[in-house]
Every structure is written in C-alpha cells, then in structure tokens.
Design a protein around this ligand. Structure first.
Ligand SMILES: Nc1ncnc2c1ncn2[C@@H]1O[C@H](COP(=O)(O)OP(=O)(O)OP(=O)(O)O)[C@@H](O)[C@H]1O
Ligand SMILES: [Mg+2]
Length: 460
C-alpha cells in the first residue's frame, strides 16, 4: 500500500511544488489549505506523515497557528509524525515546534533532496513504529552512530565544572553539602543555582527524602502561607479539605526556596518565624507542628544590598545564609565553555536523534568570544538550536546564530556589494515574514531570481 502523505499550506503554489517533488516517490497525497482542513483529514483516515506550514492567515508570521495545529494533531493521533515548514529566517519557531514534538522541519525555500529525504525517513520510522518494530528501528539509528552523550538519561543533571572559578563552588558543595546548614545560592540568571541546590541535597544525609522546590518569589500574598505551611479544611472559602504545605512535604529532606529576594515584607516575617523556631501552624489551625527541613534558597539579587536598602530583613538573611555559595557568570569561566557545549551536544543529539560529532573550530571560537548574558541556560539553548539546524556531522558557526557584533556594526560604505545585497535581502524577507513572493516584489526581482540569490548567500 502506498504511503499516505498529508500536506498543508495556505499558498497553492507551495502545495503544487511539493506535489511535483514528491510525485516520483509514489505516495498517495492529500492537500489541505487550513488547520481545519488538516484536522478533518486526519479524523477521516490514517496518514504516514503530515507536512504542515506554520502560518495560515495572511499577515501572521508568528507561527502560533501552526504550533496550535501541531498540538491538536498530537491529541488526535499521538504517533503521527509531523514535519513543520517555516519561512526563511524564522528558525525560532521551528525550534519551538521541535521542542513540542514535531519530528523535523523544512525551511523555505527548501532543497528538494532534503524534502524527499525527510519525508522518506519519517515514513520509514512511522511504519516501523506502527508495525511494532519501533525499538528495532530506534536501536538501528542509535547503532548507526548517534551520540549517547552524558546526561542523556538519569534524574539529576550532571554538573560540569572544571574551571578555576568553579573550584570554590565544588569545594563548598563537598564540604558543607553534607551538613544541615542553610545555604543561600547567588548568581546571575542561568548560572546553575537550581542545579547546585540539587547537588547539595544529593550529597547530604537527607538525599533519601525529598527536595521540595517552591518559587517563593512568585506566590501571591494570599497563597504564600497556605502553599508553604498548608491549611485545614474551612480555613478559607476554597479550602475544601486539609492540605499539607511545602515545609511539611520537605520534612526530613530539603526545601528549596527559589527567587527569595522577591518575597514581601509580611512573607519575610512569617518565614523568619519558622526558621527561628522550626515550628509553624497550618492556616486555620492553632495546633503547632514541628518540621525538620533544611532550607536552601536562591536569588539573582544582591540580598546584602536589599538589606541596606531596607527591602529585606537582616535577621532573615542571617537565617538563610549560614553559608553563601556564589556562582560566577559564564564569562568568568570560559574554560568550561567547550566541555559544557559538548555535554549539551551529546544530550540534544540523543534527544533529537541526530548524528553529530561536535563543533567545527569557527563555531567553537564564536562560543568562546560570545558574552553569554544568559549564562549556561543561554548556552544550552544555543546548542539545542544548533543541533536542530546542523546539516553536517559538525555544528557550524551559522547553526549557532550568535550575534557577531562586528558584522552588524558594518557601515554601508565598509560593505562589499555582496554584503549589501545580502543585507537588503534579509531585511526584505524579515519585513514580509519570510514570504519570498512579497520580498521579491519589494526588491524588484522575480521569485526565481531571489531564490538564486538566497542560494548564493546561504551559509555553507
Ligand atoms: N555546571 C553545569 N553543568 C551542566 N549544566 C548546567 C550547569 N549549570 C547550569 N546548567 C544547566 O543550565 C540550565 C540553567 O540552570 P539553572 O536552572 O540551575 O540556573 P539558575 O541559576 O537557577 O537560573 P535562574 O536564575 O534563571 O532560575 C539548566 O538546564 C541546568 O541544568
Ligand atoms: Mg533557577
């Protein structure tokens, strides 16, 4: 039986082009021009793969329609492989779609051979899956050289730290981790504060019990108390039954209070009392209970400064930071960039089933030169995106998409003719949300002339 392929796009010329490209493969093809059409088609019968565009309404370029459609398809048929098509220059949406479970993506304008290969692959995988040979198919892919990198499985993510700047952190985790001391973890966003909290809990005698996390800074006034201390039935209108608070859940284990600088003065007061006495009452109850939870907390603010400014209680800070662990920003531990990056390549290549051996030297250099304001989280995201985009065995500079400061600061008079052309084309495409026809029109070019230029400027 010929494989069935469903293709959806609101532009009929796109549908026609794909039909022509895929025709020699002998598939049974069905076309849809709207999200509703796609859903109706897959309600009607089973397909082996579906290719969907991410934008359907003229003037929308966000990809939201396509992402919603992806979710709806998954709820009707969870095993149906979905490949998304995105406009040139809207890589972010493609990456988001992959995170949500799309199997692959095609960037317009596409290379025909790549479209054919993707569709073939997905059909082979989905057939294997449906005939119960899923494991075998996956193992085969794994044996064919997919990277089974560190951190690909297991609960607590591995902490990578080799640089001199991280040695004090490692030492503190080893030395004070096992104690019962309350620890305050500080550092810029994305530096690994939560990971350190997990490590501290893991090396402590409490590791057999739970590490309970609360985003303390995000709790509205009314919820804070009941969330942390619990409540009894009838304590307030919505309290239909007794509820145990986070402190009690962490009894014998550790409580991680994230974003601690953001709690209000009255929340600070309530928290202080529990830390001083180890005692609390559930909301609506007068019975005092004792809890034994070690408190780890984190913030990217400077709490000492908050204290000086009168916004944070000094006595609370004193209770929280028996020991303080400060995480240096990634720019101060550049030595760790290569090992962190290859660690992330390993786990994302595994997740997205890509065969990748690492970075080429220019890509590595661009990571070493980047400022990383978002720290390790930013690095992880950049690598995830690069893994998704990489076409070869190695990740190239262009896959990383790090802003190259110098290049964008080029002034017109310093640019070559080719650079000017490239910049104009990118601008036009961005303005028209990647719509090649409209961009071509604005530039006074035919569609095919624009495609030729895009090919010429495509990064190697
Ligand atoms: N040393 C490290 N080795 C490996 N992965 C790390 C390391 N540090 C951080 N990460 C990863 O980077 C991401 C961000 O880390 P984490 O959530 O712990 O940062 P954070 O400091 O709590 O950030 P925020 O202030 O934004 O909450 C996580 O996915 C984490 O697993
Ligand atoms: Mg955090």
């Amino acid at each position: 039986m010929a494989p069935r392929v469903l293709i959806a796009d609101d532009q009929s010329d796109v549908l026609e082009a794909l039909r022509l490209i895929l025709k020699p493969e002998g598939y049974q093809m069905e076309m849809a021009t709207s999200p509703a059409g796609v859903l109706a088609a897959i309600e009607r019968r089973e397909f082996d793969v579906v290719l969907i565009d991410l934008n359907y309404t003229r003037d929308t370029t966000s990809g939201r329609e396509g992402l919603d459609l992806l979710t709806q398809i998954q709820s009707i048929d969870g095993t149906l492989p979905v490949v998304v098509m995105t406009a040139w220059g809207s890589v972010e949406v493609a990456v988001e779609a992959m995170r949500r479970g799309a199997r692959d993506f095609i960037q317009k304008p596409w290379e025909n051979s790549r479209v054919i290969a993707i569709v073939r692959n997905q059909i082979a995988l989905s057939r294997a899956l449906r005939t119960g040979q899923r494991l075998e198919a996956e193992n085969k892919m794994l044996r064919s050289g997919l990277n089974d990198g560190p951190g690909a499985s297991g609960d607590t993510p591995q902490m990578i730290a080799d640089s001199p700047a991280m040695q004090p952190v490692l030492r503190l985790i080893r030395d004070v981790g096992p104690s019962d001391a309350n620890i305050l973890i500080t550092g810029e966003p994305g530096t690994g504060k939560e990971l350190v909290a997990q490590a501290l809990h893991a090396v402590s005698g409490r590791s057999g019990k739970r590490l309970v996390t609360v985003n303390a800074g995000g709790l509205p006034e009314g919820i804070f108390e009941s969330e942390l201390f619990g409540h009894v039935r009838g304590a307030f209108t919505d309290a239909k039954q007794d509820r145990i608070g986070r402190f009690e859940m962490a009894d014998g284990g550790s409580l991680f209070l994230d974003e601690i600088a953001n709690i209000t003065p009255s929340q600070q007061t309530r928290l202080l009392r529990v830390l001083q006495t180890g005692e609390m009452e559930r909301v609506g109850s007068s019975r005092t209970i004792r809890v034994d939870a070690r408190v780890l907390s984190a913030t990217n603010a400077d709490l000492h400064e908050e204290v000086s400014a009168g916004r944070f209680r000094a006595d609370l800070l004193f209770r929280l930071n028996a020991i303080e662990i400060h995480l240096p920003p990634l720019r101060d531990r550049r030595d760790d960039i290569p090992i962190l990056a290859s660690h992330f390549v390993g786990s994302y290549a595994h997740r997205y089933r890509k065969k990748l051996s690492g970075f080429d030297s220019a890509a590595l250099q661009s990571m070493m030169d980047h400022a990383w304001p978002g720290n390790i989280r930013e690095l992880a995201h950049a690598v995830e995106r690069a893994v998704l985009l990489a076409q070869g065995e190695q990740i190239a500079v262009a896959d990383l998409g790090l802003r190259q400061g110098k290049k964008s600061e080029l002034r017109l008079e310093d640019m070559s003719l080719e650079q000017v052309e490239d910049a104009l084309i990118r601008k036009a495409l961005a303005r028209y949300g990647g719509n090649v026809s409209q961009a071509a029109k604005a530039l006074g070019l035919s569609r095919s002339a624009l495609y030729r230029r895009l090919d010429r400027h495509r990064p190697e």
